[in-house]
Design a binder for this molecule. Structure first.
Ligand SMILES: *Cc1c(COP(=O)(O)O)cnc(C)c1O
Length: 413
């Protein structure tokens, strides 16, 4: 990587990875159990001979690890091919099961992950009705809005535990209590929350919860759906009798083992990780809001994921900032990773009322346990150098400055 050395920002020796909300580096302990699972005798966990039983034992151990991390029973954990599959299964499966009792209405929010939003759209095309709740300017779904949306035919409420772009943590316990009162199933997409903040399914009172291995130091392409005992979303992947006949297909034994290990370690170290990530987050927010004129924070400061920073720099395009940061060895994201291929402003930022032109100049920095205060300081010094330089070249910014100036001149006359 080649970068110009100027100002206080010095040349990085390696990549500074500040995009842990998109994915996390696989931790060595997870990698070790995966290598072991892949290089052993490799039996099929459904086979009835000793090497099959060995593979089954690997699955059982990982199921126990995931269940313990969530305060669930092992029999309530079903492995999937990732967070998106778990979301699809919970939402479509619940809709199909409950439509047999005439319940064909679902409630969600406008700023969910696309795995949830597009599952809902898909159900709408099949004739289901969906209410998309608005989000407050601070980034929260309001419990009273959920209450007002409930109908006699409501099958499911699905609200994410923590937003993947702005990190705001939602009042899941209150919403789940409301759902239970009305006999409605409650699902939460906790993909950003699990491994980052405490997640206890009993305390939350949810019926279903999605998680994904690669968001907490495990491998990609493996996740799980927690389904409370007695809750049966219709199968999404039909096939053999795997996962108690509820998710067909030979399990990704090595991936599941890696995910179980990563989650066990993340939860064991959770308090320390949270304190560390919070320090980096608060340092960057405080410093940038002070040192860069007109920078603004998207989403409330609390309750917020410990590692999430989402900032807007009016007058600039996020893509420009992203390229400049890459030149300095820093990996970050404009809004959401899933939106990086499109130039549409993020649906999350639009949902909290960020004007389109300001949404375009937004960046997400997400810290993980491996990041250091040195990296946070380096990020700030790079931003302090590139933002004013790019603004000096930006027509958008200069125009808005001129407008402000001529307006104040007129005001003086
Ligand atoms: C990453 C993410 C997903 C998708 O998980 P995959 O394992 O990548 O399919 C779903 N929801 C949220 C909130 C996420 O951050």
């Amino acid at each position: 990587m080649q970068a110009t050395v100027n100002g206080s920002a010095s040349l990085p020796e390696r990549v500074i990875y500040l995009d842990n909300a998109a994915t996390t580096p696989c931790i060595p302990e997870a990698l070790a159990v995966m290598v072991e699972a892949l290089s052993g005798p490799c039996g099929n966990p459904s086979s009835h001979y000793s090497i099959g039983y060995e593979a089954k034992a690997v699955l059982d151990a990982a199921r126990a690890q995931v269940a313990a991390a969530l305060n669930a029973q092992p029999g309530e954990i079903f492995f999937t091919g990732g967070g998106s599959e778990a979301d699809n299964w919970a939402i479509k499966g619940a809709a199909f099961t409950r439509s047999r009792q005439g319940k064909r209405h679902l409630i969600t929010s406008a700023f969910e992950h696309h795995a949830v939003l597009h599952s809902m759209r898909s159900l709408e095309r099949m004739g289901f009705e969906v209410t998309y709740l608005p989000v407050s300017p601070e980034g929260f779904v309001r419990v009273e809005d959920v209450a007002a949306a409930i109908r006699p035919d409501t099958a499911l409420i699905s609200i994410m535990m923590a937003n993947n772009e702005i990190g705001t943590i939602q009042p899941i316990r209150e919403i789940a209590a409301l759902a239970r009162e009305h006999g409605i199933w409650m699902h939460t997409d906790a993909v950003q929350a699990v491994g980052s903040i405490p997640v206890d399914v009993k305390e939350l009172g949810v019926d279903m919860l999605s998680l994904s291995g690669h968001k907490f130091g495990g491998p990609k392409g493996v996740g799980a759906l927690y389904c409370r005992k007695g809750i049966w979303p219709q199968n999404l992947i039909d096939g053999g009798g795997q996962e108690s006949r509820r998710r067909g297909g030979t399990e990704n034994v090595a991936g599941i083992a890696g995910m179980g290990k990563a989650l066990e370690l993340a939860v064991k170290d959770l308090e320390h990780r949270m304190t560390h990530e919070q320090q980096l987050r608060d340092y960057v927010i405080d410093r940038v809001l002070k040192s860069i004129p007109d920078a603004r924070l998207n989403g409330a400061r609390a309750p917020r994921l410990p590692g999430n920073v989402n900032l807007s720099f009016p007058g600039l395009e996020g893509e420009t900032i992203l390229l400049d940061l890459d030149m300095h060895g820093i990996c970050a994201s404009t809004g959401s990773a899933c939106n990086s291929d499109s130039l549409d402003p993020s649906h999350v930022l639009l949902s909290i009322g960020v004007p389109e032109e300001i949404g375009h100049g937004s960046m997400r920095f997400s810290f993980g346990p491996q990041n250091t205060m040195e990296e946070a300081e380096y990020l700030c010094s790079v931003l302090e150098e590139i933002i004013p330089r790019r603004r000096a070249m930006s027509c958008m910014w200069l125009q808005s400055e001129n407008k402000a100036r001529s307006f104040s001149l007129k005001g003086e006359n």
